[in-house]
Design a protein around this ligand. Structure first.
Ligand SMILES: O=C(O)CNC(=O)c1n[nH]c2ccccc2c1=O
Ligand SMILES: [Fe+2]
Length: 214
């Protein structure tokens, strides 16, 4: 067991270094194959159970119609879990794994000392879905510093299925297009540096988000 823990420790150390470098350079960081197929599938089955037992409610039905360019109505479904709920032990493992990586980053991130986080927000964009309009997660300094999203979508092809996350880093001409593929972990600054939007989806799209406070 000791050998396993020290391997895990050094992996988190390495991942933490990578996250710090990416956030400082791009404000965005993607880690693929974060937990592996087996653990990823067990998390997915817990999320599907939450969805199929109607534990998820609509994010908010907003139709900000501005005259002619009526805005898309948001149709995401969400539920908040801290991981101790029955049937969420694998989601709890995910949250602890996210925490373990963030813990390795926090002393190395400039001007950002992580001191807490939200519960995990399990989100489902039902297929088809209109996605989520361009927005900033934390436009007005509510304390959220880093957005951390774990994607659960097997065999996802955005050319067919849509659902790409587009991030428009401020002062950048380039757009980051991130496919919500299975076992992918994404970090990005939650503030105005990273306006982003979820493109319309053709099939059901699952993600779990945690916001870290500084
Ligand atoms: O799923 C993604 O790739 C990105 N997702 C988002 O940016 C996002 N941001 N803020 C939210 C607030 C409430 C409910 C859902 C969300 C949400 O999916
Ligand atoms: Fe967002």
């Amino acid at each position: 067991m000791h050998a396993y823990l020290s391997v895990l420790e050094s992996r988190n150390e390495m991942l933490g270094e990578y996250v710090v470098k990416c956030l400082h350079t791009y404000g965005i960081c993607v880690i693929d194959n974060f937990l592996g197929e087996t653990k990823g599938l067990s998390i997915l089955s817990e999320v599907k159970a939450l969805h199929n037992t109607d534990k998820m409610t609509s994010g908010e039905l907003v139709n900000r119609s501005h005259g002619s360019n009526a805005q898309r109505i948001r149709d995401d479904l969400i539920t908040w879990v801290d991981g101790r709920e029955p049937g969420c032990s694998n989601i709890q493992f995910l949250i602890s794994s996210m925490d373990a990586v963030i813990l390795k980053c926090t002393r190395k991130l400039k001007k950002c000392t992580i001191n807490g986080r939200t519960k995990a927000m399990v989100a489902c964009y039902p297929g088809p879905s209109t996605g989520y309009l361009r927005h900033v997660d934390n436009p007005n300094k509510d304390g959220r510093a880093i957005t951390c999203i774990y994607y659960l979508n097997k065999d996802w092809d955005s050319k067919v299925d849509g659902g790409t996350l587009h991030i428009y880093p401020e002062n950048e001409s380039r757009i980051a297009s991130i496919e919500p593929t299975f076992d992918r972990l994404l970090f990005f600054w939650s503030d105005r540096r990273n306006p982003h939007e979820v493109m319309p989806t053709a099939k059901t799209r699952y993600a779990i988000t945690v916001w870290y406070y500084d």
